[in-house]
Design a protein around this ligand. Structure first.
Ligand code: MTE
Ligand code: HPA
Ligand code: MOS
Length: 756
C-alpha cells in the first residue's frame, strides 16, 4: 500500500495553504516583530506606516476584542506583545495590506522604542536567577542516595544537546475569512485544528462554535505545528475579523526560522553508579531545559524527558529532575521525540563514559543493562511483550557486530588520517500522549447511497501516511476496494475536541475511531442483509471483496446492499470516539501506566572520520525494528528513514546558534545545515522484526512516526569512537551536535599534530 499523496506531490497538484484558490480582495499580512530580546516598549508609533501605500490596517494588542493570550498549558504567552517584549521575533503588530510587499514596506516604517532589560539565553543562568516556567519535576524510584556506597564505579558528567529547526517544507501560515454568521473560517497549516480554533476563539472573544478550522494536509510539521501554528491562525482570524476581508499570513522561510521555537536545547548533569560487572545500580540526572520565553509545550516535553531518561535499560534506583528554564528565546516546542531524545542522549552519554572509564565496550554495557520482560520503569509501568532484547540480539547477529568491530579495528590500525567508529542504540519509546486526557480521537463516517465512503477524523496528514492507514482500515472493515474510500479534510465542524496529530499516536487513535464508526455502520448493513436474505443469524453474513455472502454463498453486491439499506431508511452514517483504554498517570507521585505500549528497536551506526578535515561520512545505519504487524513496508520504511536522517542531523550538523543578545545567527539554509542526499548513509538497512500483532495499535501495527529518530543518537557515539581512535588521550566533551568544526577543535586541542 502506497501513500496516496505521493503522486500528487510529485505532480505538484497537492494543495497547501498558499496554493488555495484565493478570493478577490484577499489581503496579506506582514508581522512587525521585536528586534531586541528583552525590553520594555516605550513607544510604538505606526502613524507613518498606516499611510504607506496599500495599507488597510495595523493591528496591535490594543485592538484584540477577546484575550491577548495563546498559552496552551500555561497562560503565559500574549499573541501580540503589549508592554514588554521577551524574544527577538515576537509579534508586536499586524500590518494588513493589498500585497505582501506593501505590508512589508509599511512594517519597515513602524517606529518602536525600547528600554532594554537583561537578556538570558542560557538555561543554567536562568535557573540561577530563578527564571523558571514552573517548579522542577522529579521522577524517582528505589533509593539512589543509599545506593552509591554499593557501587564499584561512580561516574559523573555533564552533557549538552542542541536545538533543532523543524524545517517543514511548508512554512507556517493560515488563511482566514469572515463568515456570514459573524464567525470566522481558518484554513491553517497545523497539526492541531482544535488548538487553532481554541486560540482564535479566545483572541476574538468568540465561543468555539463561531470558529471553523479546516486542514487538507500540511507540508510537514515534525511537532513544529502542534502548538505553534496557533499564533498564525489567530493572527489571520483577528485580521479577517477586524478588516472584514479574507486575509492570508504566510511566513517567509527566514521569518519562520527567526520567529518560531525549535527543539529544546538541554544542558544536563548525570551521576551513574555501576557494579563491577557493569550493572547499573543507580542513576541520577538533572535536566536544564531551555524553554524560551513562554511555556508553550515545554512542561509536557519535560515530562517525556523524564519518562525516557533510562531509555531501554532497567535501573533499580533512579532519581531524575527536570527544570524548565525561562530564557529570552522564541518559545521552544514539540519536535519529533518530544523531549525523549534529550533524555535518552544523557543516559547514553553516561553509559559511554562509564564504559570508557571501566575499560569495557560501550555496547557490551548497553547490552548488559537492557530491560527484561516484566521489568518496571522508574515511573512504575511494566514492560510487557517486550521485544527489546530480541531487537538487540537480532541487530548483533544479523549485522554481525563482532565483524564490524574487527573491521573497524583493522581499519584504524592501517589508517592514520581516517578513522572509523561505530555505536549501537536501543530505543524504547512510549506510545500515548503523556497527558492522559489527550488520548482520545473521533471520526465521522458516511456511506453514500452509491456505495462510496467518506471519512473525517481529527488526523492531519503531514507526509507520514496517516490518511493511507485510515483509508485502508475503513476499506478493510467494509471489505471494499480502497478507491471507494475518501478521506475528507480535517475540519472542526465534523470532528470536535480533537488532540493534535502528535505523539506518533495519530494513526492509532484516529484510525481506531474510524474503525469503530465503520463497524457501527457495518453492523447495520449486516442486519439489512439478514432481512433481505431472510436469515436471523447475522454470523452467516459476511462481506468480502465487495460481495455479500450468506452462508458462504454470494448473494448481493456492495452497491446492492447499500441501496437496500438506503431504501429501508437505515442510518448509513456514524460518529465514534476512541479513548485509549487502561492508561493512567498520577501527577503527584509521578507513577502509573501512561503508555498504551512501547515502540522498540535497535540500530548500529558506522562512520568514517576524515581526521584532517573533521568531516565524516556514515557508512551505514542498520536497524531491527518492531513494527508490530506493519500496514505498509513502504510507508513504515519511509518514516524510519526520515526519522533516522532527522536524528543524525540533530546529533551532527544541525546547529542552532543564538548570540548573547538572543539573535538567531543560523536563520537561513546557508548557515543552518540539514542532511542532504550526500550526507545520507551509504547503506541503510531496515529489518522488520517478525512479531505478534499489537492489539493496542491500529490493526495490529505499531506507531512509527517518532521512535526511529533516536537511532540517530548512535551517530554521536560512533563519531566519538572514531575520534578516540585518532586521539585516545583526550577526554571528549559530551556535547552535541558534534559538527565537523567541533570534531577538529576537540581532537587537536592538546598539541596533537597531524600524522605524517
Ligand atoms: N513524517 C513526515 N513526513 N512529516 C512530518 O511532519 N512528523 C512526525 C512523524 N512523521 C512528520 C512525520 C511526528 S513529530 C509525529 S508525532 C508523527 O509523524 C505524527 O503522525 P502519526 O501520529 O500519524 O505517526
Ligand atoms: N507527545 C507529543 N505531544 C504531546 C504530548 C506527548 O507526549 N503530550 C502533550 N502533547
Ligand atoms: Mo510529534 S513531536 O509528537 O508532533
Amino acid at each position: 500500500m502506497k501513500n496516496y499523496d505521493y503522486e500528487k506531490h510529485v505532480k505538484g497538484e497537492s494543495q497547501f495553504v498558499d496554493d488555495l484558490l484565493t478570493p478577490a480582495g484577499l489581503l496579506y499580512v506582514h508581522i512587525f516583530t521585536a528586534s531586541v530580546a528583552h525590553a520594555e516598549i516605550l513607544k510604538l508609533d505606526y502613524s507613518e506606516a498606516l499611510k504607506s501605500r496599500g495599507v488597510v490596517d495595523i493591528i496591535t494588542a490594543q485592538n484584540i476584542p477577546g484575550e491577548n493570550q495563546i498559552g496552551g498549558i500555561i497562560q503565559d504567552e500574549p499573541l501580540l506583545a503589549d508592554n514588554e517584549v521577551h524574544f527577538i521575533g515576537q509579534p508586536v503588530a499586524i500590518v494588513v495590506a493589498d500585497t505582501v510587499l506593501h505590508a512589508k514596506e509599511a512594517s519597515g516604517k513602524i517606529i518602536i522604542e525600547y528600554k532594554n532589560l537583561p537578556v538570558i539565553t542560557d538555561p543554567r543562568l536562568a535557573f540561577q536567577k530563578g527564571e523558571l516556567i514552573m517548579p522542577p519535576r522529579l521522577f524517582a524510584c528505589g533509593d539512589v542516595d543509599n545506593t552509591w556506597s554499593l557501587c564499584d564505579h561512580i561516574i559523573e558528567g555533564t552533557t549538552e544537546s542542541g536545538g533543532q529547526e523543524h524545517l517543514y517544507l511548508e512554512t507556517q501560515g493560515a488563511f482566514a475569512y469572515p463568515l456570514e454568521s459573524g464567525g470566522i473560517k481558518i484554513v491553517s497549516s497545523t497539526q492541531g485544528p482544535t488548538q487553532v480554533q481554541r486560540a482564535a476563539a479566545k483572541v476574538l472573544g468568540f465561543p468555539m462554535n463561531k470558529v471553523e478550522v479546516d486542514v487538507t494536509r500540511i507540508g510537514g510539521g515534525f511537532g513544529g505545528k502542534e502548538d505553534q501554528a496557533n499564533a498564525w491562525g489567530a493572527i489571520a482570524a483577528l485580521a479577517a475579523w477586524k478588516v472584514k476581508k479574507p486575509v492570508k499570513v504566510i511566513l517567509s522561510r527566514q521569518d519562520d526560522m527567526r520567529m518560531t521555537g525549535k527543539r529544546h536545547p538541554y544542558s544536563s548533569d548525570f551521576k551513574i553508579g555501576l557494579s563491577k560487572e557493569g550493572k547499573i545500580l543507580a542513576y541520577q540526572a538533572t535536566f536544564y531545559q531551555n524553554a524560551g520565553a513562554a511555556a508553550d509545550l515545554s512542561p509536557a516535553v519535560l515530562d517525556r524527558t523524564l519518562f525516557h531518561a533510562v531509555n531501554s535499560y532497567y535501573i533499580p534506583n533512579v532519581s531524575v529532575t527536570a527544570i524548565s528554564c525561562k530564557t529570552n528565546l522564541p518559545p521552544n516546542t514539540a519536535f519529533r521525540g518530544f523531549g525523549g531524545p534529550q533524555g535518552m542522549f544523557v543516559i547514553e552519554a553516561a553509559l559511554f563514559k562509564a564504559a570508557e572509564i571501566m575499560g569495557v565496550d560501550y555496547h557490551k554495557l548497553q547490552e548488559l543493562n537492557l530491560m527484561e520482560e516484566g521489568d518496571s520503569f522508574h515511573y512504575g509501568q511494566k514492560i510487557e511483550n517486550s521485544t527489546i532484547k530480541r531487537c538487540w540480539d537480532e541487530t548483533i547477529k544479523k549485522y554481525d557486530v563482532d565483524s564490524i568491530q574487527k573491521r573497524v579495528d583493522e581499519f584504524n590500525k592501517n589508517n592514520k588520517l581516517y578513522k572509523k567508529g561505530f555505536a549501537l542504540m536501543p530505543v524504547c519509546f512510549g506510545i500515548s500522549f503523556t497527558n492522559t486526557f489527550m488520548n482520545q480521537a473521533s471520526a465521522l463516517v458516511h456511506v453514500f447511497s452509491d456505495g462510496s465512503i467518506s471519512v473525517s477524523t481529527g488526523a492531519i496528514e503531514m507526509g507520514q501516511g496517516v490518511n493511507m492507514k485510515i483509508r485502508q482500515t475503513v476499506a478493510s472493515v467494509f471489505s471494499v476496494n480502497i478507491d471507494r474510500v475518501k478521506i475528507e479534510t480535517t475540519n472542526t465542524t465534523r470532528t470536535a475536541n480533537t488532540s493534535p496529530t502528535a505523539a506518533s499516536a495519530g494513526a492509532d487513535m484516529n484510525g481506531k475511531a474510524a474503525e469503530i464508526a465503520s463497524r457501527n455502520i457495518l453492523d447495520k448493513l449486516i442486519k439489512v442483509a439478514c432481512d433481505k436474505l431472510n436469515t436471523k443469524d447475522p454470523s452467516l453474513i459476511t462481506l468480502k471483496n465487495e460481495t455479500v455472502f450468506c452462508n458462504n454463498k454470494p448473494e448481493l453486491s456492495w452497491n446492492q446492499l447499500v441501496q437496500v439499506a438506503f431504501n429501508t431508511r437505515t442510518n448509513l452514517s456514524s460518529h465514534a470516539q476512541y479513548a485509549v483504554p487502561d492508561i493512567y498517570f498520577d501527577k503527584d507521585t509521578n507513577t502509573g501506566k501512561p503508555f498504551a505500549y512501547y515502540a522498540i528497536g535497535s540500530a548500529v551506526v558506522e562512520v568514517t572520520l576524515d581526521c584532517l578535515r573533521g568531516l565524516y561520512e556514515f557508512d551505514s545505519v542498520k536497524v531491527v525494528h518492531d513494527y508490530g504487524k506493519s500496514f505498509s513496508y513502504v510507508v513504515d520504511r519511509g518514516q524510519t528513514e526520515g526519522a533516522i536522517m532527522q536524528g543524525l542531523g540533530w546529533m551532527t550538523i544541525e546547529e542552532v546558534i543564538y548570540n548573547e543578545n538572543g539573535k538567531l545567527l543560523t536563520d537561513a539554509l546557508s548557515t543552518y545545515k540539514v542532511p542532504d542526499i550526500h550526507f545520507t548513509p551509504k547503506e541503510i538497512k531496515i529489518e522488520f522484526l517478525e512479531t505478534v500483532e499489537n492489539g493496542a495499535g491500529l490493526k495490529g501495527s505499531k506507531a512509527i512516526g517518532e521512535p526511529p529518530l533516536m537511532y540517530g543518537i548512535a551517530a554521536f557515539f560512533a563519531i566519538l569512537n572514531a575520534m578516540k581512535a585518532f586521539n585516545p588521550h583526550k577526554e571528549y566533551k559530551l556535547s552535541s551536535p558534534i559538527t565537523p568544526e567541533k570534531v577538529l577543535c576537540e581532537m587537536y586541542s592538546e598539541n596533537v599534530t597531524v600524522p605524517a
